[in-house]
Design a protein around this ligand. Structure first.
Ligand SMILES: Nc1ncnc2c1ncn2[C@@H]1O[C@H](COP(=O)(O)OP(=O)(O)OP(=O)(O)O)[C@@H](O)[C@H]1O
Length: 452
């Protein structure tokens, strides 16, 4: 079934059309009435769900933002100033949503906004599905605050402009560190720390009164701070499930090839367990440093889950698939525990998968396992314009990475030149989002062999 397309205008009126005169609008559906009611209750922030906005002509601007927590509204001109006119020197990269630029705000910029670097994401002008993604980010990240979700600082909704302003994450995303190996291989404990943080973020989403399904869990959506703390970003496809009832929209299958759960691909069955499956895929990527889908490989090894899952059960085979760039510097017990967990997350049967709470409880103690081979190894810390080589003891790699990070931050807080170079190849990349169920169905039959 074709996904329903929204145009920007029928879901969010331009500011000039709104003028806060909500009384003049006629209400035709319960969601709209609920929104209008909320808009009149200025004082107490209320919870708002994605379904409140479906098929509604109500705009975010009607709501006087009372349900949003510490969210600043920016004008397009302000964002232009912050990013130095969306200068190419501030360009961080591009995803399916649009381009992302670094910017700076100082403390005189807006009342209540502290001086800080920010990341500004600008929605591509084509509209349609893009506006729904923008709205999902504002509604979800504007209400849910957690140490492992990227902080949404504000947004801009002016004429045709749709932008989002986030806290700036110094180390970019996990994909760059895991696959491009910029700065050397990520140490084992750093990988566990990153995935544990991301697991906590998902657990928090799943534990909401109406569980939020993230739907697009993958390394490029896990952002990293200077000390390798991880935060989930990119909530454009997230849903609280409440849209199911009123449109074809959620019946279309969306996500990224290689990460979506088999039952979602084949039957559109979307639950929190779909996120657990995607988490399993990323665990497998972390163990092997191989991409979920490697198109250049022979058909047999192309899909990581199909290739790697059977090996997770056998300790001898497991050893063969571990990322060689770890050079054996990991806890054998830790690897085995992660392998068992990964196997369970990738179960074909959603009911056999662990909850994210169990995942968190399993990963947490792995950080304390001390059976890591000692001895110095080379970790290359990226510094703008040059490469520095440091000897690090593997045992305490998380701590050491943090110390190195602090040192490094004094030299160059952002390695901006390096990041820009690194991201150039992504400039034209578009998000591998599939709204075409048929495509996923055909992939689905060949990608997954039924197992328990
Ligand atoms: N808050 C942020 N701080 C620093 N860099 C960021 C931030 N948000 C995004 N980026 C960077 O901007 C680039 C584009 O990110 P974006 O999230 O739009 O797409 P993506 O996740 O790479 O791709 P996709 O759209 O397929 O998920 C990435 O390199 C990402 O690391």
């Amino acid at each position: 079934m074709k996904p329903m397309r929204f145009s920007w205008k029928n879901i969010c009126l331009p500011i000039s059309c709104i003028n806060n005169n909500t009384n003049q609008k006629t209400t035709t559906n319960p969601s709209k009435e609920r929104l209008l009611l909320l808009s009149r209750q200025n004082s107490v922030p209320s919870k708002v769900y994605m379904s409140d906005f479906s098929n509604s002509t109500i705009s975010l601007n009607d709501l006087s933002s009372s349900f949003l927590v510490n969210i600043h509204i920016f004008t397009y001109e302000e964002l232009k100033t912050i990013t130095q006119g969306f200068s190419k020197y501030n360009y961080l990269g591009e995803g399916g949503f649009g381009e992302v630029y670094k910017g700076f705000v100082d403390d005189s910029f807006k009342t209540g906004l502290k001086a800080q670097p920010v990341a500004v994401k600008a929605l591509k002008r084509e509209g349609g599905q893009g506006h729904r993604e923008w709205l999902a980010e504002v509604i979800i990240l504007g209400q849910l605050k957690h140490p492992h979700l990227v902080n949404l600082i504000g947004y801009c909704c002016e004429d045709d402009h749709r932008l989002l302003v986030y806290e700036y994450m110094e180390r970019g995303n996990l994909e760059e560190h895991l696959f491009q190996k910029y700065g050397g291989a990520l140490p084992w404990l750093t990988r566990v720390k990153i995935l544990l943080g991301a697991a906590k973020g998902l657990e928090f989403l799943h534990k909401q009164e109406k569980p939020v399904i993230y739907r697009d869990f993958k390394p490029s959506n896990i952002l990293l701070s200077s000390d390798f703390s991880s935060k989930l970003s990119d909530f454009g496809l997230a849903t609280d499930g409440s849209e199911e009832e009123d449109s074809n929209f959620t019946k279309s299958v969306m996500g990224t090839e290689g990460y979506a759960a088999p039952e979602y691909i084949s039957a559109g069955h979307l639950t929190t367990m779909s996120d657990v499956f995607s988490f399993g895929v990323v665990l497998l990527e972390m163990l092997t440093a191989r991409n979920a889908v490697e198109k250049y490989r022979a058909k047999k090894g192309r899909n990581l889950v199909e290739w790697g899952r059977p090996m997770l059960k056998d300790p001898n085979k497991l050893e063969r698939i571990i990322d060689p760039s770890l050079e054996g510097k990991y806890s054998v017990e830790g690897i085995r525990k992660v392998a068992v967990l990964t196997y369970q997350c990738l179960s074909h049967n959603p009911k056999s998968r662990p909850t994210m709470t169990t995942v968190v409880k399993t990963l947490q103690p792995i950080l304390d396992l001390k059976d890591i081979q000692n001895g110095p190894f080379v970790y290359i810390v990226p510094v703008a314009g040059s490469i520095e080589v440091h000897d690090i003891k593997c045992k305490d790699d998380v701590k050491v990475v943090k110390e190195e990070t602090e040192k490094e931050a004094k030299v160059c807080p952002r390695h901006q030149a390096g990041r820009r170079k690194r991201r150039k190849h992504k400039a034209m990349k578009s998000r591998a989002v599939y709204s075409d169920t048929a495509l996923y169905k055909s992939l689905g039959s060949s990608l997954y062999t039924p197992a328990n």
